[in-house]
Design a protein around this ligand. Structure first.
Ligand SMILES: NC(=O)c1ccc[n+]([C@@H]2O[C@H](COP(=O)([O-])OP(=O)(O)OC[C@H]3O[C@@H](n4cnc5c(N)ncnc54)[C@H](OP(=O)(O)O)[C@@H]3O)[C@@H](O)[C@H]2O)c1
Length: 239
């Protein structure tokens, strides 16, 4: 991927990994648009980096995604990179009373939104690059986040397919983070994991090398592991 002179839309770019990507892409000489539901987190990011373009919206439902696409077409028709980063992680059990409702929301944000946005943005003639954010949990599920883990396996599989089918016309890159210190799933749950900054440094080294499946730490280990290794990881993660 050419790392400068792009106009990049990052879903969920106001916090965590999305904000880390936004900051680094700004440094590399790109225009960066970040979106999310909470205007205050977007405004806080813009206060730190005034060059950021911010837009509050919710991509859980079809109408929100279509509105976002129309806004991009009207305000930023030269957008050429779509980064599907927004996601939620629900800690739950299949026997919970509200399991199905929460699962539906997770499926809508983690799966339907990237699929729908890709489908919409492929209509824009400017699109050159799609990046999808999966997870190390796509290789081995964490049983306490059963639907989340499955959504990330879906994104891995789907991204691998479109890397093949979109071929040379659109570059498709999969970002595969391991557990990192963000507020994903709730404040404090990820505090013991590596900082986003180390991950972003590694991701950009891999982008410069032309890689299209970007791993780090534990996700790198899992990407290379045998099925026996993965079974052992599963048993360690789910005692
Ligand atoms: N941190 C990890 O350990 C880890 C590991 C592997 C993969 N990942 C993946 O990395 C991505 C980013 O997560 P993160 O760790 O950086 O957590 P995060 O800080 O919670 O980021 C998630 C972002 O998505 C946005 N978002 C959620 N629902 C949305 C919706 N309906 N519409 C628009 N924006 C929405 C959130 O903003 P609002 O709440 O304001 O909408 C937030 O900015 C996710 O796809 C996650 O699954 C994270």
């Amino acid at each position: 991927m050419q790392l400068n002179n792009n106009k990049i839309l990052i879903t969920g770019g106001g916090t965590g990994i999305g904000l880390g990507l936004a900051e680094r892409f700004l440094q590399e000489g790109n225009d960066v648009i970040i979106i999310g539901r909470r205007n205050e987190t977007l405004e806080a990011a813009k206060a730190k980096h005034p060059q950021l373009i911010i837009h509050a919206c919710d991509i859980e439902n079809e109408s929100g995604r279509i509105d976002l696409f129309h806004w991009i077409q009207e305000q930023h028709p030269d957008t050429n990179v779509l980064i599907n980063n927004a996601g939620i992680q629900n800690w739950m059990d299949v026997s919970d009373i509200d399991f199905y409702e929460r699962a539906k929301q997770e499926l809508a944000i983690n799966i339907e939104a990237p699929l729908h946005l890709i489908s919409l943005f492929l209509k824009a003639e400017t699109l050159t690059t799609i990046m999808n954010v999966s997870s190390g949990l796509s290789y081995v599920p964490l049983a306490k986040v059963p639907v989340y883990s499955a959504t990330k396996s879906f994104i891995r599989s789907f991204t691998t397919s479109i890397q093949k089918t979109l071929g040379n016309t659109i570059e498709v890159i999969e970002i595969i983070p391991p557990a990192l210190n963000t507020d994903l799933g709730g404040v404090g749950l990820h505090d013991s994991y590596p900082p986003v900054s180390e991950f972003i440094t590694s991701i950009f080294e891999q982008l410069k090398e032309g890689k299209n499946k970007l791993t780090f730490g534990m996700s790198d280990m899992m990407a290379k592991a045998s099925s026996t290794d993965l079974e052992n990881v599963f048993n360690r993660m789910n005692p």
